[in-house]
Design a protein. Structure first.
Ligand SMILES: [Fe+2]
Length: 370
């Protein structure tokens, strides 16, 4: 048995219901002023923002709320957040929300401490000063951003691109699944598919190791029975299932933190940008093809993860095909544009076989071409 692994995830995680209000020490030792980075609604609707501001007020910590983060956040918006952090003298940042606000808040911390980095400069400029300390509070069960050193932003040209490394980790994560209870049903399905894709892609990624595979197996064993339920007519999701999905998304995040994503995520970004497909569906729609590829290169690993899903291979594919139905048509010229764009994408290089941009273009044609 080869159990070698190398795991780096420096964020300290406190979990449990009510964890924000019982984490006064976390906030008080970080400073006296902070910037809260969030979107327009989920932080408020989930109750997370109120729990945070109540706690900060109790501790006499001054805060500014920067709530301009939209889906697929622009690097330039994060740069603006960094400027506000500097102007308000923030000692630390609190990111609240789904993947977009969490990823954005990581970038805000970098911009805040590095005024020489402007907008897309985050992709090229050297980070000279340590980013501001960051506390992350997730409100969806998909991103895994809480436990990864990756931030996916949108460039000025409209394309999504990630930045990553030791400067993009949170210092603390406060993990409370109650904040996911108000997430609409269709978003819960899409984010669960995202977490599933994280677990599966990182499992077969060239960077996986023994420990990351265990995290992937735990994640899929908890997510798949709920995905199966989602295929039933008039399905609803219980709070107990939301609890399971939230912690499963963190396990998938641990796997992702090591393995990273493969071609389904790389290709999925394009469908989200051009056809507004929810991120989880846009990535998971390519997972059946990804699994078929992975099976060719690693039959033993394939059998292990399908077994961890707790259902047959056929049933798994049927669930994915049902939940990932996307009613879009991608014209040939667009597919050709993607083929060129994908030819330099690192997600293909991280994939388990030699599946390349040409194969990705053919797959896109088979699924969505006309
Ligand atoms: Fe994702």
């Amino acid at each position: 048995m080869n159990e070698q692994f190398d795991f780096f995830m420096p964020a300290r995680i406190f979990s449990g219901k009510g964890i924000v209000k019982s984490s006064e020490d976390v906030f008080s030792h970080l400073g006296k002023k902070c910037l809260i980075v969030t979107g327009k609604s989920s932080a408020k609707k989930s109750g997370a923002l109120k729990d945070v501001t109540d706690t900060l007020e109790k501790l006499n910590i001054k805060y500014t709320v920067f709530d301009k983060i939209t889906e697929n956040p622009l690097a330039s918006t994060c740069c603006e957040g960094g400027k506000i952090a500097r102007e308000t003298g923030a000692d630390f940042v609190i990111g609240i929300g789904g993947g977009s606000p969490l990823d954005a808040s990581k970038a805000v911390c970098v911009y805040a401490a590095n005024p020489h980095i402007i907008n897309d400069g985050i992709y090229t400029e050297e980070i000279k000063s340590t980013p501001l300390p960051l506390v992350l509070i997730g409100t969806t069960s998909g991103t895994g951003s809480e436990v990864s050193g990756v931030s996916v932003l949108t460039r000025e040209n409209g394309r999504k691109q990630s930045v990553s490394g030791k400067n993009y980790y949170a210092k603390y994560v406060l993990a409370d699944p109650c904040y996911t209870y108000s997430v609409p049903y269709h978003t819960t399905v899409s984010t669960a598919l995202d977490a599933f894709a994280h677990a599966v892609e990182s499992y077969f990624s060239k960077k996986h190791d023994a420990l990351s595979r265990k995290f992937s197996c735990i994640a899929v064993s908890e997510i798949v029975p709920i995905l199966k339920k989602f295929t039933e007519p008039d399905c609803t999701v219980t709070e107990a299932e939301r609890d399971i999905l939230y912690f499963a998304s963190l396990h998938a995040g641990f796997a992702l933190n090591k393995g990273g994503t493969c071609f389904p995520h790389g290709m999925g970004y394009a469908l989200t940008e051009d056809y507004a497909l929810p991120h989880g569906i846009a990535c998971a729609v390519f997972i059946p093809a990804f699994l078929n590829e992975a099976k060719k290169g690693d039959k033993d690993g394939y059998e292990k993860i399908v077994s961890a899903c707790g259902i047959s291979e056929n049933e798994l594919f049927k669930i994915l095909n049902t939940l990932c139905h996307a009613d879009i048509t991608v014209p040939l010229e667009k597919i050709e544009e993607y083929r060129v764009r994908w030819s330099t994408l690192k997600n293909f290089k991280n994939s388990p076989t030699d599946f390349n941009a040409d194969d990705g273009a053919s797959l896109t044609y088979n699924l969505f071409g006309k």
